[in-house]
Design a protein around this ligand. Structure first.
Ligand code: CAA
Length: 389
C-alpha cells in the first residue's frame, strides 16, 4: 500500500509595499475596468529595497520551523525564476537565516512559474524514499516587467513555504500527474536583464495549449474526471487567466461554460492573487492557501492543480484535503501578511522598480525599509549580506 505524502504545513509571505491599480491607472490613463475586471487585479505587492526572494522565502518558512522544528528537515528546495545568483542557491541563504542543520541538501530549481510544482513532486519522491524526513519547499518570486509595458499591471511578489511529509495535515498529493512540455518563447528573461520579456497574447495561447495537454495526459494516465473536483487551483499570472483556462478546459471536455460553474470552481482561489499580483512560482500555491483559508469544509474533497510555467512546462495533478485540516491553517497570519503592507504612491513604486546595486564590487548598504523579519542589508565585494531584524 502506498503511503500518504503531501503538504503538512503552508505559510505565505509577501512584500513591504502595495501599489493599488487605481494609482497605476491614474498615471497611465487606463480605464480601471481593464485592471479590475479585464485582468482581475486590484493591487500589486512591491518589494522594499531591502527585500528580495530570500527575505520573503525566509519570512514564509520561519513560522513552519517555529511550529515543527528543524530536526526532520534534510532537504530544502527553493523554486524561483527571479534568481539572485547564477551559481549559489537562494535556499542556502534561507538555510542560514533559519539556522537549519548542516546535514541538509539545498538546491534551487528553475522552470519559470512551474518550478514549485517540480519541487513539490521531487519532495514527495524524497519522502517516499525516506519517510522519516521532511522537505521544506519554498517558492519565492518578484515579478518584474518593463515600466509602461502591458505586463506592468501584472507584477507582484510573494513567497509560499510548504513542509512536505508523510501523513500530511493539509493536502495529500495523489498520482497520477498529467504532464506537458513545449518549446515556446512566450515569456523569458535573458541573463543580462532583470525585467522579463513577454509576448502577452502568445503567452495566453501557450498556457491554454498546456492546460489542454496536461489534461489529456492526466486522463490517459487514469486520473479523476473533471466533475469530481471541489475546486481548481490554477497558476494565476493575473486572476482572469485562471477563468480563461478553466473555461477552455470545460469546453475541451465538452461541458457548458456556465459563468456560475466557473465562479464556483475558482472563486475562492483568487483572493490572495488578486491583491498580490503575479508571484510566479508561488502563485498556484497562493491559490491553494486562499482556498483552504476561505472555503467551507473541504475535508476529504479532491482539489485540482494546474501549474504552468512559460517556455513551457505544465502539470495537472490532484490533492485530497485531509480531515481536520482547518486546525492547522494559518489564515490569520496569511491575511495579516497582506493587510500589513504599506501603500506606496506611483512615484515611490517607480523609484523601487528602478533601484539597482552598482556592479562595482564596492560596499553598498540598502535603505532600511522593510518591517519584515529578514532584510537584505546590502552588498559588499559582490556578496549579498542578509540579516534577521
Ligand atoms: N473594462 C473591462 N475590461 C476591459 C477594459 C475595460 N475598460 N479594457 C480592456 N478590458 C479587457 C480586455 O477585453 C481583455 O479581456 P479578454 O482577455 O477577456 O479579452 C483584458 O481586459 C486585457 O486587455 P488586453 O488584452 O487589451 O490587455 P493588454 O494587451 O494590455 O495585456 C496581458 C494583457 C497580455 C495579460 C499583459 O498584461 C501581459 O503581457 N502580461 C504578462 C504576461 C502574462 O501574464 N501572461 C499570462 C500567460 S503566461 C503565464 O501564465 C506565465 C507567467 O506567469 C508570466
Amino acid at each position: 500500500m502506498s503511503i500518504s505524502i503531501g503538504i503538512h504545513d503552508l505559510s505565505i509571505a509577501t512584500a513591504e509595499f502595495v501599489l493599488p491599480h487605481t494609482a497605476l491607472a491614474a498615471y497611465n490613463g487606463t480605464d480601471i475596468g481593464k485592471y479590475h475586471v479585464g485582468i482581475g487585479q486590484e493591487s500589486m505587492s512591491v518589494p522594499a529595497a531591502d527585500e528580495d526572494i530570500v527575505t520573503m522565502g525566509a519570512a514564509a518558512a520561519a513560522p513552519i520551523i517555529a511550529r515543527h522544528g528543524k530536526d526532520r528537515i534534510r532537504t530544502v528546495v527553493f523554486a524561483t525564476e527571479s534568481s539572485i545568483d547564477q551559481a549559489k542557491a537562494a535556499g542556502v541563504y534561507v538555510h542560514s537565516l533559519l539556522g537549519l542543520q548542516s546535514a541538509t541538501r539545498v538546491v534551487e530549481l528553475k522552470q519559470a512559474c512551474y518550478g514549485a510544482t517540480a519541487a513539490l513532486q521531487f519532495a514527495i519522491g524524497l519522502v517516499q524514499r525516506d519517510p522519516a524526513q521532511q522537505v521544506l519547499v519554498i517558492a519565492s518570486d518578484v515579478s518584474k516587467y518593463e515600466l509602461d509595458s502591458p505586463g506592468e499591471a501584472t507584477q507582484g511578489a510573494a513567497a509560499v513555504a510548504m513542509l512536505v511529509s508523510v501523513d500530511p495535515a493539509l493536502v495529500r498529493i495523489e498520482d497520477p500527474s498529467g504532464l506537458f512540455t513545449a518549446d515556446v518563447m512566450d515569456f523569458w528573461r535573458p541573463n543580462y536583464r532583470d525585467a522579463a520579456l513577454v509576448d502577452g497574447q502568445e503567452s495566453i495561447g501557450a498556457y491554454l495549449q498546456a492546460a489542454e495537454g496536461t489534461w489529456k495526459d492526466y486522463t490517459e494516465q487514469g486520473g479523476r474526471s473533471l466533475e469530481e473536483f471541489a475546486a481548481f487551483c490554477y497558476h494565476q499570472p493575473f486572476t482572469k487567466m485562471a477563468y480563461k483556462a478553466h473555461r477552455h478546459l470545460l469546453n475541451y471536455c465538452g461541458y457548458d461554460t456556465d459563468k456560475d460553474v466557473i465562479a464556483r470552481d475558482l472563486g475562492q482561489t483568487t483572493a490572495y492573487n488578486t491583491v498580490i499580483g503575479n508571484s510566479y512560482t508561488a502563485s498556484v500555491y497562493l491559490g491553494l492557501a486562499a482556498l483552504l483559508d476561505q472555503a467551507d469544509d473541504l475535508s476529504g474533497r479532491p482539489v485540482a492543480f494546474l501549474s504552468y510555467g512559460s517556455g513551457s512546462v505544465a502539470e495537472f495533478f490532484a490533492g485530497t484535503v485531509v480531515a481536520g485540516y482547518r486546525e492547522h491553517l494559518r489564515t490569520e497570519e496569511n491575511q495579516e501578511a497582506i493587510s500589513r503592507r504599506t501603500p506606496v504612491d506611483y512615484a515611490g513604486y517607480r523609484a523601487l522598480h528602478e533601484f539597482k546595486f552598482p556592479a562595482d564590487g564596492g560596499d553598498h548598504a540598502t535603505p532600511e525599509q522593510t518591517t519584515g523579519p529578514f532584510r537584505l542589508a546590502g552588498i559588499s565585494g559582490h556578496k549579498r549580506l542578509y540579516q534577521r531584524r
